[in-house]
Design a protein around this ligand. Structure first.
Ligand SMILES: NC(=O)c1ccc[n+]([C@@H]2O[C@H](COP(=O)([O-])OP(=O)(O)OC[C@H]3O[C@@H](n4cnc5c(N)ncnc54)[C@H](OP(=O)(O)O)[C@@H]3O)[C@@H](O)[C@H]2O)c1
Length: 379
């Protein structure tokens, strides 16, 4: 087992995550030194002890846990940072963890050590996991069945975007909306983490795409093959009507929530599909997300009635994975194959060390990132 760089932190000591990185020790991982047998293995991870703003995140050094029966210790190479992590940290994610916890919805890494009875895996193997929380860490212990094989040689930062964002976009496009080449779609939040995933996958599927984004992200949206719509300056319903000659689009993908969702329904043609998958606007306003989600659910059946017959579906990655584990496994394998073949080039806004986690969340809250922010816990 590798010896971790422990930096200058005391065991169990905490500091704010935005303070400068600890100075590295002279013993790199895997270099046994005099007295190693007495040395306790340490790792660093981000801990939220109370929900709140980005500043509640601290970096803590703890003893490295050992995998028990059926578990695997994974060394994390990249962790995804997105708006869902922000909601979890704020304590505004229905069903989210209670403090203390480590945020981090998705990771990729390598198998460091196997517990007894963890079949089908080998030390050094590249793996991915949808963790929900726990990913902002140098190491994580997970049940073996939660790990998915990742092709060797792919970039970990790009690979981790597939585990949550691309899989969500892929499933909404192909398993919920069942898009076909030549169809027209509208993607909201098109310059963000999930939005850019939609555009890359939509382009591969031969779709005609429109994307709402603030003006500074229009170049990116255009580069990814979509017609940008400045949602701050123009009414997207009217703009879609103009752009489609009054026909409307075949499908809309809406993470914004209830009032916005109602307008999205107006942008699809009769018989078209709206996929709701978030409550971004309510979360940014500080309203109760549960009420927002419930109000969406209540409205869903009404919109599918005649004469409109618009299909409105709600999508959430984790329950979908639980209900259809084969979809998740197959779709992730398909996405990894596309990445390995060079057909996907995920847009990464920045790769940051764990120490910059506070800045990373501040950037997500300000919608300051073009594409995805990635944490690299073991640089
Ligand atoms: N259901 C699921 O399985 C699932 C999975 C992943 C994410 N999500 C949800 O999806 C949403 C996006 O997540 P993310 O991680 O991709 O966030 P993100 O990277 O921060 O992207 C959100 C984007 O929305 C844009 N935006 C803000 N207000 C807008 C508006 N009124 N109209 C159009 N665009 C607007 C922001 O930039 P500009 O304002 O500069 O354009 C930003 O680029 C979140 O609500 C998240 O919880 C759901």
């Amino acid at each position: 087992m590798a010896t971790l760089k422990t930096g200058s932190l005391e065991t169990g000591a905490a500091r704010t995550a935005s303070s400068p990185p600890a100075a590295p020790t002279t013993s790199p991982p895997g270099s046994p030194t005099e007295g190693d047998k007495d040395q306790v293995m340490k790792y660093r991870h981000v801990v939220v002890r109370r929900t709140g703003g980005p500043e509640v995140m601290q970096i803590v050094e703890d003893e490295l846990p050992a995998p028990v029966s059926g578990q695997v210790l994974v060394k994390i190479l990249a962790a995804d940072v997105g708006f869902s992590d922000v909601n979890i940290r704020r304590g505004r994610y229905p069903g989210g963890p209670r403090p203390p916890f480590t945020p981090g919805y998705a990771i990729v890494g390598v198998v460091e050590r196997l517990g007894p009875g963890a079949p089908g895996l080998a030390a050094g193997q590249a793996v991915a996991a949808l963790t929900f929380y726990g990913g902002y860490s140098q190491y994580i212990v997970l049940p073996a069945q939660e790990l998915y094989p990742m092709p060797a040689g792919v970039d970990p930062g790009e690979a981790v975007t597939l585990v949550f964002n691309y899989i969500a976009a892929y499933q909404m496009l192909h398993r919920v909306a069942h898009v076909a080449a030549g169809q027209r779609i509208l993607v909201h939040g098109a310059g963000g983490g999930l939005g850019t995933a939609f555009l890359e996958l939509g382009h591969l599927a031969g779709l005609q795409m429109y994307g709402t984004a603030s003006k500074p992200k229009h170049g990116l949206v255009q580069r990814l093959g979509a017609t940008p719509i400045d949602y701050r300056a123009e009414d997207f319903v009217e703009r879609i009507a103009t752009l489609t000659g009054g026909a409307g689009v075949d499908a809309v993908f809406d993470p914004m929530g209830s009032a916005h969702l109602k307008r999205s329904v107006r942008a699809v043609h009769k018989g078209g599909t709206v996929v709701a998958y978030g409550y971004y606007e309510a979360a940014q306003r500080g309203s109760n997300p549960v009420l927002d989600v419930l109000s969406e659910y209540i409205r869903l059946p009404l919109w599918s009635l005649p004469p409109q017959r618009k299909h409105v579906a709600f999508y959430d990655t984790r329950p979908t994975k639980k209900k259809h584990p084969d979809w998740y496994r197959d779709d992730l394998a398909r996405l990894f194959a596309l990445l390995a073949a060079g057909e996907l080039r995920p847009v990464i806004a920045a790769r940051l060390p764990l120490e910059e986690v506070v800045e990373a969340h501040q950037r997500v809250e300000r919608a300051d990132a073009r594409g995805r922010l990635i944490l690299i816990p073991n640089p």
